[in-house]
Ligand binder design. Structure first.
Ligand code: NAD
Length: 516
């Protein structure tokens, strides 16, 4: 894999992790030895305590690189959700967090950021073992990004002021922010720790209580995070974690009458359900970060085709393509098509697919057998309409491995053109005119991110302004930072994680009008 052009979900104001033990980089064997010593937490975390699921259910957590069962995690049901929401509500009413001075909440969240760093190796290993993410990325991106996110929102919360409205004489109208109450955060498996932090940091910073539901595939790192939050001084009940099936635990949260808002990252299909659940229950706010089919537009006037090719590779094969903003559609101007595609295929061929515990691996496994099946189904369907130029196979080895795959001449109305694969599959499209490129880029209904490569400043701004997406990266790919909002248009959802704008989702504006 090429060097990250811009590290996905790597806030730039995070430092890379110190090498565990302070010595040089670890080998695959050393990481495997450390992995064998990790002891996952396996119970629900409610009201500051570990507790089994009330109905006694458990769900095995499997390492997708080996198929080994690494934990038997308690699997919650609706009755566990009721207990967790009640604990969250009681904590909110108690006020030791919700009404604490912002500077006091800041201190606790800064301590949590420190504890994340102090336990970085364990947290990184938990995500690598549970979700198959590369150890080079969990140590280099996910865990430092998590610490940086908590630190940034902690630092921000005692610097956000209310307002005085410009009313007439004799009236004083104050506009202040209040926490909403109980937030249910429902998160996916592709960034188990870091996307949870994107929700938790701003939600907790402004004083809410949270019930967090991790994905079935990847509950381990956030269970440990909840314990670290308690150690940092977060009062009992303020953060609760209830693993379990989405249609059971997620639905119970979505339909709960005492949950004030849902903060969701996941598929568009489940996002739609959450809007229905909210409408059929208490009309809770529903903030959705959903799927994507992001385009990467390369114009003939791009200054550096090698950089563009490296960006294309990074954009689709990072985390084995299991990235919401993966640039899974390459739109390339006809005159440079062959030159660019040759480079992209060459770089794709060089990616070393294998053991995620080996720091030299470029691409790891998909998260589960289910995901392998879904990705192979897309590949089989694309074979009938498009021209396969790289990969297209499950690798002949133990574990959930599918190689980097590229299809050329993808018809614009085909499944591969329109549907999110969420795997290492790139579709290539050719265009002749800028208008055609923009129309193709904006087709399909998603609108999370886009990348464009050009040396023409006017074109860069013109095209960026016409792309209906939340983030446009110009001459880079998947640009992202804790200081900038991240979210989409259309089927990609309505939320904005990160930046001060994230506070909008976790607080309500209140007007207090005084006549004097
Ligand atoms: P998913 O929608 O299947 O699951 C996400 C979460 O929702 C999980 O915790 C799951 O248990 C839960 N869930 C499932 N069914 C539910 C239901 N009926 N009610 C309530 N909750 C339910 O998504 P996934 O497979 O875990 O993740 C992949 C998807 O996430 C992709 O579509 C990807 O694009 C998207 N994603 C989006 C972003 C973003 O920021 N926009 C980031 C990462 C991933």
């Amino acid at each position: 894999m090429t060097e990250a052009v811009v590290g996905f979900e790597a806030p730039t104001n995070s430092d890379p992790l110190p090498t565990p033990g302070g010595s040089g980089p670890l080998s695959a064997a050393e990481w495997a030895e450390r992995a064998s010593r990790v002891r996952p937490r396996e119970e629900l975390f409610i009201d500051g305590r570990w507790t089994p699921a009330r109905a006694g259910g458990v769900q095995p957590s499997t390492n997708p690189a080996t198929g080994a069962v690494i934990a038997q995690v308690a699997s919650g049901r609706a009755e566990d959700v009721d207990v967790a929401v009640a604990a969250a509500r009681a904590a909110f009413q108690r006020g030791d967090w919700s009404r604490a001075a912002p500077a006091d909440r800041k201190r606790v969240l800064l301590r949590l950021a420190d504890l994340v760093e102090a336990n970085a190796e364990e947290l990184a290993l938990l995500d690598t073992l549970d979700a198959g993410k590369l150890i080079s990325e969990t140590t280099g991106v996910d865990v430092p990004g998590t610490a940086a996110t908590f630190r940034w929102f902690a630092e921000a919360v005692d610097k956000v002021y209310g307002q005085v409205a410009p009313t007439g004489p004799g009236d004083l109208a104050l506009v202040t922010r209040e926490p909403l109450g109980v937030i249910a955060a429902i998160v996916p498996w592709n960034y188990p720790l870091e996307i949870a932090a994107w929700k938790l940091a701003p939600a907790l910073a402004v004083g809410n209580s949270v019930v967090l539901k991790p994905a079935e595939e990847s509950p381990l790192s956030v269970l440990r995070l909840a314990e670290l939050a308690r150690d940092a001084g977060l009062p009992d009940g303020v953060l609760n974690v209830v693993p379990g099936p989405g249609p059971v635990v997620g639905q119970a949260l979505g339909r709960h009458h005492d949950v004030d808002a849902i903060a969701f990252t996941g598929s568009t299909a489940v996002g739609r359900l959450l809007q229905v659940y909210a409408g059929e229950s208490n009309m809770k706010q529903v903030w959705l970060e959903a799927g994507g089919k992001s385009p990467d537009l390369v114009f003939a006037d791009a200054a550096d085709l090698d950089a563009a090719a490296a960006g294309v590779i990074q954009g689709i094969f990072y985390n084995a393509g299991q990235v919401c903003s993966a640039t899974s559609r390459l739109l390339v101007e006809r005159s440079i098509k062959d030159a660019l595609l040759d480079r992209v295929v060459e770089l794709g061929r060089e990616i070393v697919v294998g053991d995620p515990l080996d720091p030299s691996t470029g691409m790891g496994p998909l998260v589960s057998e289910k995901q392998v099946g879904a990705v192979l189904d897309h590949i089989e369907s694309a074979r009938t309409s498009s021209h396969l130029v790289l990969g297209g196979e499950r690798l002949e080895r133990e574990g959930c491995f599918v190689g980097p795959t590229i299809f050329d001449e993808v018809p614009r109305g085909s499944r591969l053109a329109l549907e999110e694969v969420f795997g290492p599959v790139l579709g290539v499209f050719t265009f002749d005119h800028e208008n055609d490129a923009v129309a193709t880029a904006n087709s399909g209904g998603y609108g999370l991110a886009a990348s464009l490569w050009t040396d023409n400043l006017s074109r860069a701004h013109r095209v960026a302004s016409r792309l209906r997406v939340g983030t446009v990266s110009v001459n880079t790919v998947d640009a992202l930072d804790v200081t900038t909002p991240f979210g989409g248009f259309g089927l990609s959802g309505n939320a904005r994680d990160l930046s001060l704008h994230a506070f909008d989702q976790y607080s309500a504006l209140k007007t207090t009008w005084v006549r004097y």
